[in-house]
Write a protein that binds this ligand. Sequence first.
Ligand code: UD1
Length: 419
Amino acid sequence: MDKLIISGGEALHGEIRISGAKNAVLPIMAATLLADSPVTIRNVPHLHDVTTTMELLGQMGVHLTLNENMDIEVDTSTINSLYAPYDLVRTMRSSILVLGPMLSRFGRADVSLPGGCAIGSRPVNLHIKGLQAMGADVEVINGYIKARVDRLKGTKLVMDLVTVTGTENLMMAATLADGVTIIENAAREPEVTDLANCLNCMGAKISGAGTDTLVIEGVERLSGTEYKVLPDRIETGSYLVAAAITGGHVKLKDTRPDIMDAVLQALQEAGADITIGEDWIELDMHGKRATAVNVQTAPYPAFPTDMQAQFTALNVVAEGAGTITETVFENRFMHVQEMQRMGAQITLKGNTAISTGVKRLTGAPVMATDLRASASLVLAGLVADGETSIGRIYHIDRGYERIEEKLAQLGANIRRVPA
Ligand code: UD1
């Protein structure tokens, strides 16, 4: 297994471009199952989760082609299996996103239950409850969700809590249902909106995307389209934090400042000077040390849970004391112990990480347990004296395209070595 080796100390400077959003491309790939002619997806990030989704669709008999720009063309006319096996679903929870589209278009789906993961129990009960309310017969047998229906029926769904992939699964299912589906307390994440835009390009009738009420008028069929995935706001935020904690000055291109309000606000509170254009963000610390911030995660448009670990890395080297409170997932502080091994002054009280900043961390061998935790350890390594080696970086490769190349382009001393 590869490792990342980082020698800390360099302030980051320069420009990089941001890739397509992981959390948008995965549901869009699942949505291709709804179309009866080929869909071309552009701005696809080169990520392990994309490869896994291609493998999942490929196992179903779907024909996928990749062109030289990494655009993916998906043709579902060859589909011959409506089954998502445990081996794939357990490595990537978002595989659950094939459930709604398969059931809605083909009337049946067998999808493994994802099970728990490093950041909490993460059930999918609300996905199942919504499909049942739309008339599906759903059973869980031998660890598999077995769903059957003649045709889903539009209905009013009130979500018990805000779930991103839950909203996406039910929205996709509703596109081909008989009648109108209303999803209340829907997730407002930009990736949900991007999926809705893509589905509308395929012929769906969805309104209200970006608000907490989605109205989906079922149609008879969806067809192929060409769609460009929106930029990754979490990748954007991660590189902004990397620049902020090293006292650097970077410009990120091909991104979307308009979907980054909570993160940009927290960075400004940390002392960053931020300038934005339509599709770029520039952050300059003017060589200063960041100031610790207090943030609390919650569904969009509040501060994203997927940026929590990176801001923990910021706080542990910032001036003063700061708190990071996690309200979305139950166990998302696995990075804290690893940061303590690097000299971070940080304690956990319930779902809050309280830190007092130290000037520098010290390099250490550390290990990643989930995607964003791994990214936060890379950030910590950038401000650690000596060498930090990060193991299990397959977590990082799931969600960050060429992280070591992009950081090296900004002047970081980082390399990937085979273990
Ligand atoms: C998505 C994102 C992930 C992000 C998360 C929260 C993708 C592929 N992944 O994950 O990066 O961290 O949103 O922004 O888009 N819940 C239930 N029952 C359900 C569904 C969810 O209790 O049926 C709970 C979860 O345990 C969690 C909360 O709802 O506590 C929010 O989870 P959810 O929004 O569903 O996360 P994901 O969609 O899995």
